[in-house]
Design a protein. Structure first.
Length: 279
């Protein structure tokens, strides 16, 4: 897969804008500046046909394009994405993707318009069947150890520079079996952050390394779908899962942990093949 950028694409920006503000504190008003997370429309165009417009933080867009393509089932492996080009416009960014003819034919059959809210995964969906795709089962693995989960949680903040700077971004991290964060991606949308992480991992190697995904948000059903579709067999969320997320995790044989906080977490689903674990 080749990747090029045209017209100084958003990939080269840091995802933060500085604006003039009035800061009120302890009865005093002060003119100062504040760092704000960038939010920009990104159009995903496959073989010349527009497929989706997502509101994102415009960084790591090549990884986002690959991760979205994989997690939405538009391609089955990274080799089916031949090239990615970024085109910067005044109104946002166009990501031009070239995929295999077979996958493009399938995309045309299920084409929909996702233009809408931040990280929206249902906008434009035409039927209930389209809304909830069948899950792809993952290989059963043991739950990560409590020590690994705790290590990942307590170090998460140190790996979120944009969140620390702006207070507005979600993070998705890949942790090794010891809970050490190997890579983290940030975005205003939790789905986008996970797609960026997935894309980054598959840019680096053909299969996922051992470990688990950690997200700084709730675990909605879309997050479980994206995880199982791309081979992630353990998803750890800082906040709660939804009922549908738990149902899909069970169908996909995926370990699902929620409310992962310092000193505690809750196991909502355990891989069926892993009858024993470290707890």
């Amino acid at each position: 897969m080749t990747m090029t950028a045209r017209n100084e694409a958003s990939e080269n920006r840091d995802g933060v804008a500085t604006v003039a503000v009035e800061r009120w504190r302890k009865g005093e008003n002060q003119l100062t500046f504040d760092d704000i997370a960038e939010e920009s429309p990104v159009a995903l165009v496959y073989n010349g046909i527009s497929y989706a417009v997502m509101m994102t933080t415009p960084i790591h867009l090549e990884a986002f394009a690959l991760g979205f393509s994989l997690s939405e089932g538009l391609i089955q492996n990274p080799s089916e994405l031949y090239s990615v080009e970024l085109e910067q416009h005044d109104s946002g960014t166009e990501v031009q993707l070239t995929i295999s003819a077979q996958r493009m034919a399938e995309l045309k059959a299920r084409r929909r318009n996702l233009a809408g809210r931040t990280g929206c995964g249902l906008c434009g969906t035409e039927s209930l069947q389209q809304a909830i795709r069948p899950t792809r089962p993952v290989e059963g693995v043991l739950l990560p150890t409590p020590e690994a989960v705790q290590h990942a949680i307590v170090t998460l903040e140190n790996h979120q520079p944009l969140q620390n700077q702006t207070g507005a971004l979600h993070g998705a991290a890949w942790c090794n079996p010891a809970g050490e964060i190997q890579v983290l991606r940030e975005d205003i949308g939790r789905h986008n952050a996970l797609d960026k992480l997935i894309g980054t991992l598959y840019q680096q190697q053909e299969s996922l390394p051992s470990g688990f995904a950690l997200i700084s948000s709730r675990a909605s059903y879309e997050m479980v779908q994206k995880a199982s579709q791309t081979g992630i067999n353990t998803l750890v969320a800082v906040s709660a899962p939804t009922s549908l997320a738990i149902k899909l995790a069970n169908e996909a044989n995926l370990n699902l942990i929620g409310f992962a906080r310092p000193g505690r977490f809750i196991v909502y689903n355990r891989s069926k093949q892993a009858s024993e674990n470290s707890l």
